[in-house]
Design a binder for this molecule. Structure first.
Ligand code: ZN
Length: 150
């Protein structure tokens, strides 16, 4: 249910595990314990179970993405060095890739306008800073200054 939030947390560089529908609460609690993860959820029952097991939990009540991000970022700080370090699809840490190796594999305009590129080994997807990096830093500014709607 929180797919957009998960994607943005990855953009910000957080190691984000996104649960699929087949996982039970018990599976999630187990993973959170073993991997020392924070559970972020709308599911009141899951949140309660997590609290009982001394797992760090963040309960999401807002439906607005920016409000959700604001809530999370108030509790866990973004490390600016890690922004755009992960694949937004699969959470894998991106590897830098030489410019010469991406030629012909991405739009020419993107190739011409960027010198640094990253690659997800798992999804075979290319990343570059481009204009969306500005969008991301703007988003961090926007979120950290924003008041949560009641
Ligand atoms: Zn990936």
């Amino acid at each position: 249910m929180l797919g957009s939030l998960a994607k943005w947390l990855r953009i910000f560089g957080f190691d984000t595990f996104y649960a699929n529908n087949e996982m039970t609460d018990e599976d999630l609690l187990h993973i959170a314990t073993i991997e020392k993860r924070i559970i972020i959820s709308r599911d009141k029952e899951l949140i309660l179970k997590g609290k009982k097991q001394n797992i760090n939990v963040i309960e999401i009540k807002n439906t607005d993405l920016n409000d959700q991000l604001k809530l999370v970022l108030n509790l866990i700080k973004v490390d600016e060095k890690l922004v755009l370090s992960r694949c937004t699809l699969c959470n894998t840490i991106l590897k830098t890739i030489e410019k010469s190796k991406v030629e012909g594999k991405i739009p020419k305009k993107v190739f011409d306008n960027n010198d640094e590129f990253w690659f997800c080994n798992k999804c075979k997807k290319f990343y570059w800073m481009g204009s969306h990096y500005k969008k991301i830093t703007d988003k961090i500014d926007e979120i950290t200054k924003r008041k949560i709607k009641k």
